[in-house]
Design a protein around this ligand. Sequence first.
Ligand code: PXP
Length: 256
Amino acid sequence: MRLYINIDHVATVRQARMTIEPDPVRAAVLAELGGADGITVHQRIDRRHISPRDVELLMQTIRTGLNLEISSRERMVDFAVGVAPKAVTLVPESRQEVTTEGGLDLGAAEVRQSVATAIERLVDEGIRTSLFIDPDNEAIDHAAALEADAVELHTGEYANGSTSQEKADELGRLARAAEHAHDAGLAVHAGHGLTYENVVPVAALPRIEELNIGHSVVSRAIFTGLERAVRDMRTIVDAAPSRVARPGEWIHPIGF
Ligand code: PXP
């Protein structure tokens, strides 16, 4: 399982004072030392946290790979092509949202058209493409038809489930979606809302090969330091398959 750490929140703290610290580039180095397989940042159109300067310096600094989240708008794709990260994950973006709120609406023809144009350009540049979608078959079929390399299944509904039944239902949905995406020839990633407490059943799903985790790790890092926070997540994720007897039934490896 690849563990990508999203460091947007480090930039959010910096932007709270419009200053130069904490620097997400330093955070990325510590995340790598803690065992991250890659670094994820979301370059939003409004630049509310990560800036083009961050992305450019991350490309020069990190030793793993950068997964750049962007909307499929032309100017963001232009930016991504200029940066040439290892991977681009296309996400929906609206101005008012606090964070990405759901997967791409690939049922809408204009969204599909915009994503198709973006994928074509990114593929020409040798950049791996992933589409952030809700875990449903229709979206997966659209992603396969668009010839994306991967889908990132939105785990927010699972994470927000308020009862164990709701969580189990959402986990089942993720498991079926992961199988369907794999059968359609897509690599399967997952992310959003994953924490030290809820990650194990998702990390244990056989078809999922990459997780993107931000908020929970950066939150813990305030108390433990980032390198340690990433290492703890790494330990949990790596132990996950052997820890799940049945979905919903697992033992925490480091005893939270
Ligand atoms: N994946 C995508 C597409 C996201 O937009 C985000 C949040 O920026 C994440 C994963 C990480 O979510 P979280 O910060 O809740 O771990």
